[in-house]
Design a protein around this ligand. Structure first.
Ligand code: G3P
Ligand code: CA
Length: 322
């Protein structure tokens, strides 16, 4: 009886305090701001050749919360870290395997044009890919840098930062008989990193430009890991409406738009947050800062004026923590 009276009095007092404003319910605006996350884009790729162990090491030393890996698949089914589907931009493949290209007629079909030659990752075994120099194109001082396997990247980064893998060209790999999503999730499982909070020091977020790839991981392969839908240009812009974001929120935890899309319409950030999505624009680099004095100022504007939650940058050392 007495405890009932105490309960009633406390309830009435809390009610009075709420009405008079002495106690305020915690609203979104009053919550302490979540920590802004720094994702090292292809590693510290302004300072070392992208997707090399050296670029990843530097990213960690510069305080990255996550290190990004774009993923490709070798002929023998190994996930490696490389942005492009083919090897010629960032390695000396043309010298080492001069005849092993594919001539892609689809690249340019205008009369008299020469189709581009591409040395696709999926045409080479890991042993062959390991013969390549992935550093000299960036600076001769990085001569001999290798394309890392994803496992090598995981081994380096684990315990020091989070992993932020991207399924690159999953549909292309599908046509070549590979199941990229399955490979990615199996490898995470092998490393016991396949669940949210599997390893507090090594959070994992998976990103893709392909909604189908994310949907497959969420619905078919049943991952509970956070998924981020990257958004670049016109066909994908449908996601950037209030309705589109609600649809995206069914399978993704966040969106990763090109930063220009947010500049064009900063309401995107509010709409995403209303839909329960985080916002992680790309890519912030000292080489292209537009109207901003430098990349630090540009990142500051997006993080603290426009309110994005995280961002991808080639310059982790310039990330403004406040
Ligand atoms: O993944 C975010 C950003 O990296 C997307 O662009 O082409 O550099 O993979 P890209
Ligand atoms: Ca990427």
């Amino acid at each position: 009886m007495r405890s009932k009276r105490v309960f009633c009095s406390v309830t009435i007092m809390v009610g009075i305090f709420l009405i008079t404003g002495v106690i305020r319910p915690v609203t979104q605006a009053q919550r302490p701001p979540a920590k802004k996350m720094l994702i090292a884009h292809r590693g510290a790729s302004a300072y070392a050749p992208e997707h090399t162990i050296e670029a990843y090491r530097m990213a960690i030393a510069q305080g990255a919360d996550f290190v990004e890996q774009d993923l490709q698949i070798t002929r023998d089914g190994i996930l490696v870290c490389l942005h492009d589907l083919s090897l010629e931009r960032t390695t000396n493949i043309e010298e080492v395997f001069p005849d092993r290209f594919r001539q892609d007629v689809s690249d340019d079909q205008s009369p008299g044009s020469t189709a581009a030659r591409h040395w696709y990752v999926s045409d080479f075994t890991l042993a062959e890919i390991k013969q390549l120099d992935a550093g000299s194109w960036f600076d001769p001082k990085f001569k001999g840098a290798k394309i890392p396997t994803w496992q090598e990247a995981i081994d380096l980064i684990r315990g020091k930062a989070g992993l932020y893998p991207e399924t690159k060209g999953p549909e292309v790999y599908g046509k070549r008989g590979f199941d990229m999503e399955k490979l990615v999730l199996e490898q995470l499982k092998k490393n016991r990193l396949d669940r949210p909070n599997s390893d507090r020091k090594t959070p994992v977020i998976i990103q893709s430009f392909s909604p189908a790839s994310l949907q497959k991981m969420r619905y078919e392969l049943k991952t509970k890991l956070p998924l981020v839908l990257l958004i670049s240009s016109d066909p994908q812009k449908k996601w950037l409406t209030q309705i589109g974001m609600k649809q995206a929120a069914r399978f993704a935890n966040g969106i990763g738009p090109n930063k220009g899309l947010i500049s064009q319409n900063p309401d995107i950030v509010t709409w995403a947050h209303e839909a329960g999505l985080t916002v992680t624009p790309y890519t912030f680099r000292s080489a292209f800062t537009g109207k901003f004095k430098d990349v630090r100022e540009e990142m500051r504007h997006f993080l603290y004026t426009l309110g994005v939650d995280a961002l991808f940058t080639d310059n982790p050392d310039q990330f403004p923590r406040n």
